[in-house]
Design a protein around this ligand. Structure first.
Ligand SMILES: Cc1cc2nc3c(=O)[nH]c(=O)nc-3n(C[C@H](O)[C@H](O)[C@H](O)COP(=O)(O)OP(=O)(O)OC[C@H]3O[C@@H](n4cnc5c(N)ncnc54)[C@H](O)[C@@H]3O)c2cc1C
Length: 376
């Protein structure tokens, strides 16, 4: 391999930008192409549970993220009236100075990642994708949508669930699985009483609030659905308000009063997907959602995408032959990602079966978080 390899990253989402940062930290040349013509990041928040801030810490980004996020150490569980009946206390994996979990606005996370990738010299081209890819033992030749051609040591597909890189370079991937669940999200101001994630178990759905900055929080609600039809903003508004009628108490009254605009609502039928190994062919590999798409039940989908990027950059810096490097990558990543995808889907299935005691959900979540706390 070249002394200073050159890597093309296809997709400027969480995986692609994190890889750009991690490669530049190791002095590896990195170029990102993102198909969207501008950064137009969905304005909702996501949770980054313990191992994810740990991965961000390894590339020097934890402090910047915590600064613009909201940190907490526990999840409170409550009934549909908001009366608490339990809590999951999460360990501080990053030492006493950092909270166990942070929730962060997606735009805020993107701003941190873009700045940290560009400052040390990662080039990012918006409105660009790849149209063809050929490779030999030494290089990957790439043609771009703007007519440009270039050659790289490695190409990494970080281009999401419908990955073009996966289609161009790997065997046909299995179909994604519709999970029969949808997730609702809506951003609103944070009342001071919401200082950690609160999860409420209702008769039909699970809902909750999650603070993701000093000033804002987001509602989440997981609903069993029969098909993955899209809804108009007006339908979303009506269906979400109807679902929220199951819940009462101070926090959920606040939520209802603050969902006033259909445009505030994000509604997503959920798919799950796990690409069988290997995720690479020759000098091309896919990571993040292009290799594994999970439901948010463990709040770890972005986490394992970030970890993929951190581990891949670390291995690329070792200068091993491609097959050996990617072999080590799969050995460190596949089982861990499988655990997250399969456990999240299982938690979703358990939610559909109201005869399963809630304690069984906690036990499975707790056991999985303990496993994920192991070093990567
Ligand atoms: C409702 C919901 C809630 C979630 N909540 C959480 C949470 O709380 N915590 C958590 O850890 N995770 C959460 N996740 C998961 C998390 O959002 C994903 O795991 C993460 O976004 C995956 O990042 P990615 O970069 O791999 O893929 P993506 O986010 O899909 O990014 C792919 C990027 O590639 C670009 N692209 C696509 N095709 C091309 C192409 N041909 N050429 C160039 N660029 C291309 C796209 O425009 C995009 O920018 C949630 C997901 C959903 C749906």
């Amino acid at each position: 391999m070249a002394a200073h390899p050159k890597v093309l990253i296809v997709g400027g989402g969480i995986a692609g930008l994190t890889l750009g940062v991690a490669l530049r930290r190791r002095d590896i040349e990195a170029e990102v192409v993102e198909i969207a013509p501008r950064w137009d990041i969905l304005g909702v928040g996501i949770s980054l549970t313990g191992p994810t801030p740990r991965a961000l810490k390894s590339i020097g980004l934890i402090a910047q993220c915590v600064e613009v996020a909201f940190g907490f150490d526990r999840i409170v569980f409550a009934d549909a009236t908001g009366k608490p009946f339990g809590a999951l206390n999460m360990p501080r994996l990053n030492g006493p100075d950092y909270p166990a979990t942070v929730a962060i606005g997606r735009p805020a996370l993107h701003r941190v990642l873009i700045g940290a990738a560009e400052a040390p010299g990662a080039r990012i081209a918006l409105g660009t994708t790849i149209t063809a890819l050929t490779q030999n033992d030494e290089r990957v030749e790439v043609e771009f949508s703007d007519g440009r051609r270039a050659s790289y040591d490695f190409v990494v597909g970080c281009d999401g669930i419908r990955s073009a890189v996966r289609d161009l370079a790997l065997e046909q991937a299995p179909e994604t699985n519709f999970t029969g669940l949808a997730v609702w999200r809506a951003t609103m101001p944070r009342p001071p009483s919401v200082d950690c994630m609160q999860m409420l178990f209702g008769p039909r759905t699970k809902a909750g609030v999650n603070p993701h900055s000093r000033d804002e929080m987001f509602l989440f609600l997981v609903q069993p659905i029969v098909d993955d039809a899209r809804l108009t903003p007006e339908q979303m508004y009506a269906v979400l308000h109807e679902q929220l009628l199951d819940f009462s108490g101070e926090v959920m009254e606040f939520v209802r009063a603050h969902i006033t605009d259909p445009q505030q609502i994000d509604y997503r039928p959920m798919n799950a997907f796990l690409l069988p190994p290997p995720w690479h062919r020759g000098r091309v590999v896919v990571i993040g959602h292009a290799a594994h798409t999970t439901t948010p039940h463990l709040a770890t989908g972005a986490g394992i995408a970030i970890e993929d990027a951190v581990v891949l950059a670390e291995l690329m810096a070792d200068g091993l032959p491609a097959a050996e490097m990617f072999g080590k990558f799969m050995a460190r990543r596949y089982e861990r990602c499988r655990l997250v995808v399969e456990t999240a889907v299982k938690l979703g299935e358990m939610e559909k079966d109201t005869s399963i005691p809630i304690q069984a959900h906690f036990d499975l979540m707790g056991a999985t978080f303990r496993k994920l706390a192991e070093p990567i």
